[in-house]
Every structure is written in structure tokens, then in C-alpha cells.
Design a protein around this ligand. Structure first.
Ligand code: SF4
Length: 325
């Protein structure tokens, strides 16, 4: 990793482990600690924002340069020395504890919330890069599960062979589908690889047999990839996901160099898209968060709370099983 990029990440409050893994405090973790406001995933899936570890094990590589991406998109680089998952997870948690240490004395943050935040029980494997390229991902997922942590993995879908090769699966797997057809995909996701669309299609085909909870995320950019719900419906029928998240683009971070405020669809436009898409795939709006510009589509009666999933340990089971130092 070149020093310029390392310094840039440090200035943006990333904390690195080796030259491939990183943790960064999520805006919503901080909001949850001091203002009692939490992320939409706490409403939708029951995770706890103040106990969420937002990480990436592979900041060094991504096959896309999505126009809507808020992250710094630096050049890919080769990693020769990958950290072992247990050591890496310990190091990421240690960084997170340092990053939140300032909240200990904050009168707005209760002691109980602070203690809980020091003991993360949810891992959002989505911070940057393509996490699925981390060669020890199965072991990392196994280690998280051993510690009683739920895991949300986000992938852009262009590594089907890696997804298929996982022998331990996340609690929830997100695949971002930000285009209804190949032409739009090339314009929006700006793939670095020639066969990105074919690879994404392959991923959608294997999702139904993956044996984990799958969520398709449609990131909606006004004037770029909206409308054409039938195209999205055709892809969603192939993927047959458990849930679908139509989510409006937000004008933040590095994406401001490529898009404009006008690229943000209104919540009304996101809802209309969601309702039309829902009709086409036999789903309905189960939940919504206007401030996060997102709705949740699912079949009526679908269980959305990950804590109720088989295999997700209760807090007491966690405490008993946990051997985290
Ligand atoms: S799930 Fe995502 S949005 Fe919610 S606290 Fe974790 S990183 Fe933030």
C-alpha cells in the first residue's frame, strides 16, 4: 500500500491491520451512543448499531469503480501477507475500542451502552474493497460465529467462484445489483474486468442454492439506473432473494466528484420503484426508513430479525461461549 493512500485512509479515520484490513467507526454507531439514533438495519434486522464492527478484510481490491461509491477508490494492489482471521479480528476489535474510548467520559453516552460497544456482536463486512477476495473469509466467518457475532457480507457479485467456495456462510449476504441490463451496468458500475456482467449473472444464479439469507440491494441513482423495473425484476427472479432493499443514492464522499445532488432520487420515487418492483416479484413493502432512503421488500410474513434466525446465539449464550480476551 503506498504511503499516500495509507495517510489518506488514516485521515479518514480508517484504522488498518496489515496492509489489507481496516475498521472505521460507522456514523450510526456514534449516533447510537450519544443521540440514541440507530441505523435502518437495526429496525429492519434487529442488529445493534452501537455494537457493530464495520470492517473490510480486503481494502486493496475491487473489480468495480461504481459512480455512486462514497469510498476512496485507489488503485488495486497486491497483498502478499494476509493476516490470519483470529489475529485480524482481535486487532480490528482493539482498534475499535480505541476509536470509541473517547465516548467513555461523554455524559450523553451511558456506561452500559459504552460497555456493550466495547463488545461488538455484529460485523458489517462492507467497509471498502471486495471483502470476498480475502483468502481466509470462511475462517473469519467461522471465528465470528464462534464468538457469537452476526455477520453481514456485501459483495458486488463479480466473484461467484469465491462465493460458491465459502464453507461457512454469513448470517446475511448482500449482492448489489445496480443496473437492470448490461449497458447500464457498464455505465454505472464501470467494471475493471471484461466479464463483470457475466460474473454477476453467475452469482445471481447460485444465490438460491447458497443456503444463507440473501438480500439484493438496488442502489438507485436518478437519471442513471432508475425506471425499467421489469429489467430488475427479471434479475431478482433469477436470484430469488429472501429480501430486496431498494436504496436511494446519497450525495456523499468521493461520489460527489462524479454525481450531483440531482442524482439523489426522492423517497417518493424510491417507494414507487419499490412498489412496482414488488408487484412484479411477488413481494411487498415490509419496512421503510425515509431518512436512510431505503425500503425493505419481502414476502408477507417473512421473518426479518436476524436474532430469531436458527444458529444466532442469545446474549447469554454469547457470554457463555465467548472467549474473546
Ligand atoms: S450495520 Fe452498517 S449502517 Fe448499521 S451500524 Fe453497522 S456499519 Fe453502520
Amino acid at each position: 500500500m503506498d504511503e499516500g493512500y495509507r495517510d489518506l485512509l488514516a485521515r479518514q479515520q480508517y484504522r488498518l491491520c496489515g496492509d489489507h484490513a481496516a475498521v472505521k467507526l460507522c456514523h450510526w454507531l456514534k449516533e447510537s451512543l450519544v443521540r440514541g439514533r440507530h441505523c435502518y438495519k437495526q429496525d429492519f434486522y434487529g442488529i445493534e448499531s452501537h455494537r457493530c464492527l464495520q470492517i473490510t478484510p480486503a481494502i486493496n481490491e475491487c473489480s468495480h469503480r461504481c459512480s455512486f461509491c462514497w469510498r476512496v477508490q485507489d488503485s488495486d494492489f497486491e497483498v502478499t501477507d494476509w493476516m490470519e482471521p483470529r489475529e485480524m479480528l482481535d486487532s480490528l476489535i482493539a482498534h475499535q475500542r480505541l476509536l470509541i474510548s473517547g465516548f467513555k467520559g461523554d455524559p450523553r453516552c451511558s456506561g452500559e451502552m459504552f460497555e456493550e460497544a466495547c463488545d461488538p456482536n455484529q460485523v458489517a463486512i462492507s467497509l471498502a474493497g471486495e471483502p470476498i477476495t480475502y483468502p481466509h473469509l470462511s475462517e473469519l466467518l467461522r471465528e465470528c460465529r464462534r464468538r457469537g457475532m452476526t455477520t453481514f457480507l456485501v459483495t458486488n457479485g463479480t466473484y461467484p467462484e469465491r462465493l460458491e467456495a465459502l464453507d461457512v456462510l454469513p448470517t446475511q449476504t448482500y449482492v448489489t445489483v445496480a443496473a437492470p441490463d448490461e449497458e447500464t451496468y457498464r455505465a454505472v458500475c464501470r467494471p475493471k474486468i471484461p466479464d463483470g456482467w457475466e460474473r454477476l449473472m453467475r452469482t445471481l444464479e447460485i444465490l438460491p442454492s447458497l443456503g444463507t439469507r440473501t438480500v439484493i440491494r438496488h442502489t438507485l441513482v436518478k437519471g442513471l439506473n432508475m425506471g425499467r423495473e421489469e429489467g430488475y425484476a427479471k434479475l431478482d427472479r433469477i436470484a430469488d432473494p429472501y429480501l430486496i432493499e431498494p436504496k436511494g443514492y446519497v450525495f456523499v464522499g468521493a461520489s460527489r466528484q462524479r454525481l450531483s445532488l440531482a442524482s439523489m432520487p426522492s423517497f417518493g420515487e424510491i417507494r414507487s420503484f419499490s412498489e412496482r418492483l414488488g408487484e412484479m416479484v411477488g413481494m411487498e413493502v415490509l419496512k421503510e426508513r425515509e431518512d436512510s432512503r431505503v425500503l425493505l421488500l419481502g414476502r408477507r410474513g417473512a421473518e426479518t430479525d436476524v436474532r430469531r434466525l436458527a444458529g444466532t446465539p442469545s446474549e447469554s449464550e454469547r457470554k457463555n461461549a465467548k472467549t474473546v480476551p
